[in-house]
Design a protein around this ligand. Structure first.
Ligand SMILES: [Zn+2]
Ligand SMILES: [Zn+2]
Length: 206
């Protein structure tokens, strides 16, 4: 949904606080062994986030109403302050933490959710940078901008991963740099995308 400047930036204040709080809460009373378990669960949480990010983007934001309509606003206005507000996403992570805590140890549940929130924050920061920051050709950010530009350019049939291209590679939805033949229609959104959002000049075209 369309957000105010403060609402759009809230993720970058709320999540560092939540991550610091969940890390402290997870490690405070634990042993070295449980700290190790929490860190391993955190790494798994980050990894699971990348899969969830891909799945939500591909199968929810592009298919299920009303999310599809809200996400279409971002595709139509890529530079606008549109996103998921922190007041909606943060309680979902906390609810997930509470649910996991019923079955898993505090170290595993806390470590996993902390990892998920780190993944979410990285996603939010990268998606913001991809749309609103300049990057020099050849840098990692520039490559991320190219991949995401392909998603916007391709009328949303490829490059669903923002944080990383892993799941696009695994599930054959990569279009950058070498698209699978015949998988994507020539994008009629290309010209609109280039006008409304400065695609990197070397975004591959078909
Ligand atoms: Zn985008
Ligand atoms: Zn999309």
């Amino acid at each position: 949904m369309r957000l105010s400047n403060w609402g759009y930036r809230a993720d970058f204040y709320v999540y560092p606080v939540l991550i610091a709080a969940s890390t402290s809460a997870t490690l405070w009373h634990g042993s070295w062994r449980s700290a190790g378990q929490a860190m391993a669960a955190g790494v798994i949480g980050i990894f699971v986030w990348t899969a969830l990010e891909y799945a939500l983007h591909r199968w929810v934001l592009h298919r299920v109403q009303p999310f599809k309509r809200l996400h279409a606003m971002h595709h139509a206005h890529p530079g606008a302050l549109i996103g998921t507000p922190a007041w909606l996403s943060a309680p979902l992570f906390l609810a997930m933490w509470a649910a996991l805590g019923r079955g898993a140890s505090p170290a595993l549940a806390g470590g996993f959710i902390t990892g998920m929130m780190v993944g979410y924050l990285a996603y939010a920061a990268l998606h913001d940078a991809v749309h609103h920051r300049r990057a020099r050709p050849g840098t990692w950010l520039y490559h991320a901008k190219l991949r995401h530009a392909c998603h916007h350019r391709d009328a949303s049939h490829s490059e669903y991963g923002v944080s990383c291209g892993l799941w696009d590679a695994v599930l054959h939805t990569s279009s950058h740099p070498s698209p699978p033949p015949g998988r994507h229609k020539p994008p009629d959104a290309d010209a609109r995308g280039r006008r409304s959002w400065a695609l990197p000049k070397d975004t591959p075209r078909r």
